[in-house]
Write a new protein. Structure first.
Length: 482
């Protein structure tokens, strides 16, 4: 074979390329494979208690019991696929519930809409009892407001003490953190003081420990220097409190136009991430501050506005491959009944009861649709602001994965089998990206609780080790070497 170039002649080129590839790999390490929470629940710091998550779960179950006491009502309220074909009530089910309880798999083949509605309702109820909140943010910003220094100092201290109590009693959600005020000239001193008080108290009372998956949320970022300042403060706090270097993590809130494009016309998002110096684990989109900064009027500020889709796609393009989790914002129409019964007062009328139900169902449907829109855009996390939003959060996430379960299972099995056979005859399999997308589907379905690992292996044809590897190419390579 004739060649013109020697290894020595291309040595410098290879060395430069190796260095560039290594730098690229450092900047884009890919997905971590760790569990990402499906939501973050925000609550004012003045209200936080060590058992807040479980109390929110109780309120969520009460709302579900009151306004959707059965899976048929819930399916119709949120608009599950095929819900319009289901019976109006359990009294008119024609034996459907009995058949579901006797053989759900058979009903799944005969009536997928009924199986889906029943499965989701059961899983939502189970989730609200076992782990109603996945991520909670103790809020010192919009959900807290501006208070006197004395009052905020007290709440920063008391919230930290409650977190320690939750650590000891194991009542904290799997992910938790605080949202500080922005680092603007007006609020930076107050924000830094709250961060210092909270972290210092927490570390002192917990004997030097942070809760698992603890994070500090930085809102209304406009310039990289604000993120860099928070990273600097983390270094100081770690040094002063004895925390391990790098243990304090942050998440950025992308809710200003300047966080997308800076004054020089540059895309600002990668610069913000670089300023975090490896401490940023997530980026959250702030729907209402962002739309307000675009001069969009209040009536049209919502999660499905095209301006929001633009900003979120910019986030995706900027952070893809970095391992940074993305989160969408919140639905601000709450599922709250307008009429309430007061002790000693007259009972609610039939009209008031009907209106309560209609209002809550409309808010549930809106929340469900917003979450589906987020999921379709690959934003697998969002905000919840009220306990009655928890049922629709989990219903939307479970529905997103379960509705396409059969098709995804069949496609992944075919991809794996065809790739293996093609390799045996020397052909090249060039659709690994599609296979990776299907594998990601199963990984996220497992992480959010829509599927168990056992069920995922059964449906996908993969082993647990193959699923956990997170790499479709690795799965193919390993199978080819057998």
């Amino acid at each position: 074979m004739k060649k013109s170039l020697t290894e020595d002649s291309v040595g410098d080129i290879s060395a430069r390329l190796q260095q560039a590839n290594a730098e690229f790999a450092r900047n884009y390490p890919g997905e971590t494979g760790k569990r990402q929470p499906v939501h973050t629940v925000y609550g004012g710091a003045h209200l936080f208690k060590s058992d807040s998550a479980m109390r929110l779960g109780g309120l969520a179950r009460r709302s579900l019991d009151q306004f959707a006491p059965d899976f048929l009502t819930f399916a119709r309220a949120i608009g599950l696929n095929g819900a319009e074909q289901l019976p109006e009530s359990p009294e008119e089910d024609g034996g459907l519930i009995a058949r579901l309880e006797a053989n759900r798999e058979l009903v799944r083949q005969e009536n997928k809409a009924a199986w889906l509605a029943h499965a989701i309702y059961g899983r939502v109820n189970e989730k609200l009892r076992r782990e109603p909140v996945e991520d909670f943010r103790i809020d010192f910003e919009d959900g807290y407001g501006n208070r006197s220094d004395e009052e905020e100092d007290g709440h920063a201290e008391s919230a930290a003490i409650e977190v320690v109590e939750g650590m000891l009693s194991r009542t904290l959600p799997p992910f938790i953190g605080i949202r500080i005020k922005p680092f603007t000239e007006e609020l930076r001193a107050r924000s830094m003081r709250t961060l210092d008080t909270f972290v210092s108290t927490l570390v002192e009372k917990s004997d030097g420990k942070l809760p698992e998956n603890f994070v500090v949320t930085q809102p209304k970022i406009t310039i990289p220097e604000q993120v860099a300042a928070l990273a600097d403060l983390f270094e100081l706090l770690e040094s002063k409190t004895g925390l391990a270097a790098g243990s304090l993590k942050l998440e950025m809130m992308i809710e200003t136009t300047q966080s997308i494009i800076n004054s020089r016309g540059e895309i600002n998002l990668p610069l913000l991430l670089a300023a975090a110096r490896g401490r940023c684990v997530a980026a959250h989109f702030g729907t209402y501050d962002y739309t307000a900064s675009c001069s969009i009027t209040a009536a049209h500020q919502h999660m499905m506005h095209p301006a929001c889709d633009f900003a979120k796609h910019m986030m995706q393009v900027s952070f893809a491959g970095t391992g940074v989790w993305l989160s969408d914002g919140a639905t601000n129409i709450m599922p709250v009944a307008p009429h309430r019964f007061t002790e000693g007062g007259p009972p609610l009328t039939a009209e008031q009861i009907a209106e309560n139900r209609a209002v809550v169902h409309r808010a549930w449907k809106l929340h469900y649709d917003h979450i589906q829109h987020s999921l379709e855009g690959a934003f697998y996390q969002g905000w919840d602001l009220h306990p009655a939003q928890l049922p629709t959060r989990y219903a939307a996430v479970y529905a997103f994965f379960l509705e396409s379960l059969d098709a995804a299972s069949e496609r992944l099995k075919n991809f794996v089998e065809k790739a293996a056979k093609a390799t045996l005859v020397g052909d090249v399999f060039d659709d690994a990206a599609t296979g990776q997308g299907l594998l990601n589907y199963f990984l996220r379905a497992i992480n959010c609780g829509a599927l168990t690992e056992e069920k995922a292996t059964q449906l996908s044809g993969l082993t647990v080790a193959e699923l956990r590897s997170g790499s479709f190419v690795k799965i193919l390579n390993n199978r080819q070497s057998l």
